[in-house]
Design a protein around this ligand. Structure first.
Ligand code: NAD
Ligand code: DAU
Length: 370
């Protein structure tokens, strides 16, 4: 149980956070930052395959942090946590987050991302309606979403803005789009102070090694093939996870309820170039006698419905809230590679039997060269 903490006057910043999905990649970065700034934080996480208490190990015994295992879709459990903890803000990171898994098992994404988010909103609304007026006005529900809801860009098309129409292409992005619509509707219909962020591809420490960058680092460390879908020309806009978390903090403190904020990295890169940059960093940091890591790259069958390009226009959050990214991509990526090299125990711990099953299922022939 977290002791009561008085609200310090720091520009109206919320002092108690309930963070859902806080044991995952981005959520844990946010929780670690919040607690280090003195914010009492309750992390709620179902601890699915990508959720890992190792990510929050440094907070063990920290009186500012409390962990509860649970599902965002469990209405009565969420309600009881809200009544007990009385947060100033709830930040929802909880989701099924991997596009390839959504292609193989879309119903899991409907369950958590659509039904779970809706149930969470409903529980928060029921609790929020009973708050005294001042507390209700100050409360924030921040829903963390993705640029993938906007669909795919062609080369040369302008980056996504907050007014780009939604056009999701994968079961993952469709489920995130649905959750965004529910979050927006809870503001428009019931007045719940909802904020939404739509962020581009994150990279950094503690990302589950199913996503491109940690997958490639982990496989390269074992001298396994590095699978690139299709021709490797697809483009993503990369942002360091700490820059994303700084944006979320700003939106919580200064954002206008009912608004959405795009967050991008201004670092559009082709997948082949991302993987080559990882390989160059490894060549420098851990040279291998068998030769450069780029020799392990293999082109494999393309992802079904593979979005060609994402690019995010962050002008609104920069102009209105003063956000600015700190990490340049190449330097941030080099530091990320270093983090994985220095944390082999973390990597080994998350690469359980279930992880190996996933690799077999998604890459039936990882050695195939197109
Ligand atoms: P992640 O898979 O690493 O973390 C998701 C977390 O949610 C895990 O800890 C998991 O255990 C938890 N979770 C899953 N289902 C749950 C449920 N029903 N109840 C409670 N907890 C549950 O994902 P991530 O990359 O950290 O993404 C976090 C959020 O950010 C997601 O909503 C994702 O859509 C969004 N996002 C991710 C990126 C990215 O590049 N990774 C970019 C933009 C937005
Ligand atoms: O854009 C934000 C989104 O970024 C988030 O909403 C998602 O949660 C997150 O997973 C991420 O989605 P992507 O599909 O873009 O990320 P992923 O790391 O899976 O893939 C990045 C690119 O690399 C994509 O074009 C597919 C490609 N890829 C991926 C894997 C896993 C490969 O070429 N080979 C691979 O083995």
């Amino acid at each position: 149980m977290i002791p009561a903490i008085s609200r310090r006057e720091t520009g109206g910043a919320p002092k108690k956070y309930l963070v859902t999905g806080g044991a995952g990649f981005i959520g844990s970065c946010f929780v670690l930052g919040a607690v280090s700034r003195g914010t009492a934080t309750l992390t709620l996480d179902k601890l699915c395959y990508s959720g890992n208490l190792l990510n929050l190990l440094s907070l063990k015994d920290n009186p500012l942090h409390r962990f509860e295992r649970g599902d965002i879709g469990d209405f009565s459990f969420i309600l009881s946590l809200l009544e007990d903890f009385r947060p100033d803000a709830l930040i929802n990171f909880a989701a099924e987050s991997h596009v390839d898994r959504s292609i193989l098992a879309p119903e899991d994404f409907v369950r958590t991302n659509v039904l779970g988010t809706h149930s969470l909103l409903a529980a928060v609304l029921a609790w929020w309606k009973k708050l005294p007026a001042g507390a209700a006005e100050k409360f924030r529900f921040l829903h963390v979403s993705t640029d993938e809801v906007f669909g795919s860009l062609r080369a040369g098309e302008p980056a996504f803005t907050e007014s780009t129409p939604y056009a999701p292409n994968s079961p993952y992005s469709a489920s995130k789009a649905a959750s965004d619509h529910f979050a927006r509707a809870y503001h428009a219909t019931y007045g719940l102070p909802v904020l939404i962020t739509n962020c581009s591809n994150n990279y950094g420490p503690r990302q589950f090694p199913e996503k491109l960058i940690p997958l490639v680092i982990a496989r390269a460390m074992r001298r396994e093939s590095l699978p690139l879908y299709g021709n490797g020309e697809n483009i993503r806009d990369w942002l360091h996870v700490e820059d994303h978390c700084a944006a979320i903090k700003l939106v919580l403190n200064r954002g206008t309820p009912g608004e959405t904020y795009n967050v991008g990295g201004q670092a559009e890169r082709r997948n082949i170039d991302v993987v080559r940059t990882v390989c160059s960093a490894l060549d420098e940091l851990r040279p291998h006698p068998d030769g450069p890591y780029a020799g392990l790259i293999r082109f494999v069958a393309d992802r079904a419905g593979h979005d060609f390009r994402y690019a995010v226009n962050s002008a609104k959050i920069e102009r209105e809230l003063g956000w600015k990214r700190k990490f340049g991509f190449e330097q941030g990526l080099r530091e990320t590679v270093l983090w994985y090299l220095e944390n082999p125990d973390w990597l080994a711990a998350v690469q359980s039997g279930a992880y190996r099953d996933w690799i077999r299922k998604n890459y039936p022939d990882p050695e195939a060269v197109s």
